[in-house]
Design a protein around this ligand. Sequence first.
Ligand code: MG
Ligand code: MG
Length: 255
Amino acid sequence: MVEIKTDAALDAMREAGRVVADALGATRTAAAVGVTLTELDEVARVVLAEAGAGSPFLGYRPSFASVPFPAVICASVNDAVAHGIPDGYRLRDGDLVSIDCGAELDGWTGDAAISFIVGTPRPEDVALIDATQRALDAGIAAAVAGNRIGDISYAVGEVADAAGCGMPPDFGGHGIGRRMHEDPHVPGRGRPGRGFPLRHGLTLAIEPMLMSGGRNAYFTADDGWTLRTTDGSRAAHIEHTVAVTASGPRVLTLP
Ligand code: MG
Ligand code: MG
């Protein structure tokens, strides 16, 4: 079941999205060598609380998870692709960090993720983050009325393939609105002209996860959540919540 949002709902989702952007910005500012992932989660909790927003992550337990998620952000470092549980790990120089965050405000949800490097960047990590950003940008550019979900997936996959990166085949973007995960699913790869038709008021989270080793292979860690690359290569994950509108894609989670 796909809910097409009214323009008032899109404006309300923008407000939720602004809180997500604020929380992500605060975690990025706080991230430094020696800071723990738990401390970054606490930073995001304060931003959500001060905005009067709830967390769609905290206590979330989808079908693939063995335990409820215990934090308001996912913090995924180096070979962790996504869904990392914040813990006492202290960030080190050169770590590649992906932070995913959601917010619920006035009954509407936003969801976004950023990837960045702590301290001294490795050129290959800079290139990986750049490719992931370009994959997201291409997906957003394809999120126009008259296209289909497959056009978004194809655009994302083309950038990942050109960069020689793998993607976890079982995870991708999703519809979003009153809840964080709604229909339709947005696969990481797809065929142009196929899938659910895009129209004004459809809201999607587009979130390429690129794995630098080039394989589409990952595993779920013993914590029941963290996705890690099978080959140990580093991964990046960048996400925005986007509305399809008559005047083009509207990114709802920009700062
Ligand atoms: Mg997310
Ligand atoms: Mg998402």
